[in-house]
Design a protein around this ligand. Sequence first.
Ligand code: CAA
Length: 263
Amino acid sequence: TNKYKFETILVNIIDDSIALVTFNRPKALNSFNYQMGKELLDCCRLLDKDDNVKCIVLTGSGTKSFACGADIKEMANHDMAYMMKKGHLIDNLCDLREIEKPIIAAVNGYALGGGCEVAMICDIIVAGENAVFGQPETKIGTIPGAGGSQRLIRAVGKSKAMEMILTGNPIDAQQALQFGLVSCVVPIDKTIETALKMAKQIASLSPIIIKLAKVTVNNAQESNLTEGLNIERRIFHSTFALKDRSEGMNSFANKRKPNWTNN
Ligand code: CAA
C-alpha cells in the first residue's frame, strides 16, 4: 500500500527504493499553489525518513510543463508581511534544500520561475528535448525568490544568468546543456526513464555514503576552494569510520558484490 497520499502530487514507489513524485496540477501547467508546495516539502521530508527509499525523482504530469513557477493568481494579492512569514509557498520550496537523499529532476517542457528553481535545488537535472528553463519573474514585477538569482549564476555563469533574469527570456534544452545547467538532454519519452535509471544506480550504492557525497558536493557551492577541500578531506576520512566503506573496498578486493548495510 502506498502511504504517500496527496492531492496535488502523485507518489509512486518503484522497485521499493525509488520515489517518483509527479506534480499534478496540469490545468495550471503544474504551477505551485500553496498546497502543492506544502505537499511537496512534506512528502520529501517523509521520503527522507523512509529507509526503503534511496532516491527521489521529481517530474511534472504530462510533457508540456515540469512546473511553471509559483501560482501567480494565488500570489497576486499577497503583501510583504505575508511573504516574510515562515512556511508560505516560496519558503517551502526553498526548504527542499534540506533533503539529504539525492533528488533528480526529470524536466519535460516548462521549468519557469519556481519550477526552474526547484529543478536547480535538485542534485541532477535530466532534460527532455522540449525543456525550457527560465526565470521570468521580472516580467511580473518581482525577482526570483527561491534561489534562482544565486543558483542560476553558479550553473550558467554571470552573463547568461543576467540575460535570463533581466530579460526574462528562457533558454531551451540544448542551451541548458551547453551552459551546464542540465546533465543530459534526451527524447521526451525517455526523460523519466533516464532519471529512473540514474536513480536505480544511485539506489544500488550505500545510502550513508551517498548522503556524505551529496553534502560534500553541495558544499562546493557554499565555500571557497580551500575550505571546500578541507571539508572534503574530513568527510573522506570519516567514511573510514563506516562499515560500508570497509565493505565496498573488501568486496572489490575479494571479487564479490558488496552487501551494503547503511552503517
Ligand atoms: N501561475 C498560475 N497559473 C499559471 C501559471 C502560473 N505560474 N502558469 C500557467 N498558468 C495557467 C494559465 O493561467 C492558464 O490557466 P487558464 O487556462 O485558467 O487561463 C493555464 O495555466 C495554461 O497556461 P497558458 O494558457 O498561459 O499556456 P500557454 O501555452 O499559452 O503559455 C506559458 C505557457 C508561456 C508558460 C505561460 O503560461 C506563462 O508565462 N506562465 C507563467 C510563467 C511564470 O511567469 N512563472 C514564474 C512565476 S513567479 C515565481 O515562480 C516566483 C518565484 O521566484 C518562486
